[in-house]
Design a protein around this ligand. Structure first.
Ligand code: NAD
Ligand code: UGA
Length: 475
């Protein structure tokens, strides 16, 4: 049996990638393990400067308080990646893994360029260092199954002298609730090689998590299961949304109400109530990219039927986003040209400023194609960010007054894209009076009191609510 090289008693951690995952996850490790030095690194100097300032680079409720608690004590943000790698035993890699834009697998496969560059840098630093103690490389990014194998080979090719164990430790946090998800995760997953050194590495990482996560929730398994579990979890979550969204069309056609159907099926403990909210469509940086990645992997392994099955989840989501935009146009007498439409919310969900793959992009672009004039309001998304998503040219027809009531004033319609709580408590009576008539509301999140709005005079359109059924007495 090969001898196991021990890992040091004193744990030191670094993370490559200070984004939506690297920043919050490392902050929480630093909070619960004040004796562990945690350094978060990034190539992006501006991002690191923001992490070191009072104005953090991402908006996440509760994050700032935890950063303030640990930063400078045992939590550090730095651009000196080499030094952090040299100094640490556990090296998390939490870099972006977007969908490939060109070459083989373009539009589906994961682009592992950033991951591979990070792996090469780790190997080069270890190779040049006099310290030959073993290190653990942790895949925090979401990657295709078998990535750990490829990365281990890449690193071994340039660094034979240091034992580098690759573990898979996918992250399940959701934006907007990241702190709660990290404080009380449903589970922490750690996959690794089932060899003596691999098992020692798994145990070393698990001990860190066990400081605040109950032991039975820290799951260990082989590498490939851990990598595939992450893609599968996102595919299942997105599938539930596409499933209920598909039913929402049927509800509209039949007079059923999707909220009632979701409740009725969700109380079945085998189905459960979560992730059954019909909406304008799911967004975010991961669902689409991870499913496309899964589709690509299935195809690569000669499983076209499986690939097609999962691809339908994306097609249904595209359909839902298009359907919403089309409904706005058709309800407003088939033309929105020159009409002002207030877009309430641009982020892909509430409590985040993240706009990656937000359904707002599809809806706004479709309305702009029809020459509508948009007035966009989101409490956390700047005009600059909206411009990045829609393109400079499109912004000619877009205003962003920075005040929700100003966005609504004079509008022919309001379209709710993001379920920000603040949209629930607006003075809709006042807004109605300030709008052009007939005044329309398209509630893409089914979050408002539709009966009340109709009483005020609004023409209300929702997702998945069929036309009101006549009372039995009326028939
Ligand atoms: P992000 O784009 O916010 O952050 C990635 C960061 O990595 C960027 O700041 C980039 O500059 C940096 N980077 C790239 N190459 C680097 C290198 N070689 N060295 C140092 N830094 C480098 O991405 P994110 O949202 O944090 O996602 C990261 C990974 O986590 C992705 O694989 C994603 O699928 C996965 N994930 C994301 C979420 C989420 O909610 N955003 C949740 C779970 C998993
Ligand atoms: C999702 C998963 O929930 C996380 O577990 C995972 O770690 C993460 O992806 C990832 O890998 O990046 P996130 O995208 O941040 O997290 O947010 P979700 O709460 O999952 O929402 C995703 C999208 O689905 C949003 O646009 C949201 O509005 C929409 N959604 C969600 C619905 O339309 N209906 C629902 O019932 C739930």
């Amino acid at each position: 049996m090969p001898e196991v090289q021990p890992y040091p008693e004193r744990v030191k951690i670094c993370c490559l990638g200070a984004g939506y995952v690297g920043g919050p996850t490392m902050t929480v490790i630093a909070k619960f393990c004040p004796d562990i030095k945690v350094t978060v690194c990034d190539l992006n100097e501006k991002r690191i400067a923001a992490w070191n300032s009072d104005s953090l680079p991402i908006y996440e409720p509760g994050l700032k308080e935890v950063v303030d608690e640990s930063r400078g004590r045992n939590l550090f943000f730095s651009t000196d990646i080499d030094a952090a790698i040299r100094d640490s035993t556990i090296i998390f890699v939490s870099v972006n893994t977007p969908t490939k834009k060109s070459g083989v697998g373009a539009g589906e496969a994961a682009d592992l360029t950033y991951w591979e560059l990070a792996a090469r840098q780790i190997a080069a630093v270890c190779n040049a260092s006099d310290d030959k103690s073993p290190k653990i490389i942790v895949e925090k990014s979401t990657v295709p199954v078998k990535t750990a194998d490829a990365m281990a080979q890449v690193m071994a090719a340039s660094c034979l002298s240091t034992n580098l164990q690759v573990l898979s430790n996918p992250e399940f946090l959701a934006e907007g609730t990241a702190m709660d998800d990290l404080f009380r995760p449903d589970r922490v997953l750690v996959g690794g090689a089932q060899t003596p050194q691999g098992l020692a590495a798994i145990d070393y990482l698990c001990k860190v998590y066990r400081r605040w996560v109950p032991t039975e929730q820290v799951l260990t398994m082989n590498l490939w299961s851990a990598e595939l579990s992450k893609l599968t979890a996102n595919a299942f979550l997105a599938q539930r949304i596409s499933s209920i969204n598909s039913v929402s069309s049927l509800c509209e056609a039949t007079g059923a109400n999707v909220a009632e159907v979701a409740h009725a099926i969700g109380v079945d403990t085998r189905i459960g109530p979560k992730f059954l909210k019909a909406s304008v469509g799911f967004g975010g940086s991961c669902f689409q990219k991870d499913i496309l990645n899964l589709v690509y992997i299935c195809r690569s392994f000669g499983l076209p039927e499986v690939a097609q099955y999962w691809h339908q989840v994306i097609l249904m989501n595209d359909h839902q986003k298009n359907r919403f935009a089309k409904k706005i146009v058709s309800s407003m007498f088939n033309t929105v040209s020159g009409k002002k439409i207030a877009i309430l919310g641009f982020a892909f969900k509430k409590d985040t400023g993240d706009t990656r793959e937000t359904p707002a992009i599809d809806v706004c672009k479709a309305l702009l194609q029809e020459r509508a004039q948009l007035s966009i309001f989101d409490p956390e998304v700047s005009r600059e960010q909206i411009t990045v998503e829609l393109g400079q040219e499109e912004m000619e027809l877009v205003e962003t007054p920075g005040d929700v009531n100003a966005s609504c004033a004079g509008a022919h319609a309001l379209a709710i894209i993001t379920e920000w709580d603040v949209f629930k408590s607006l003075d809709y009576q006042r807004i109605y009076e300030s709008m052009s008539k007939p005044a329309f509301i398209f509630d893409g999140r089914n979050m408002l009191d539709h009966d009340k709005l109709e009483e005020m005079g609004f023409k209300v359109f929702t997702i998945g609510k069929g036309k009101k059924q006549p009372d039995i007495d009326d028939s």
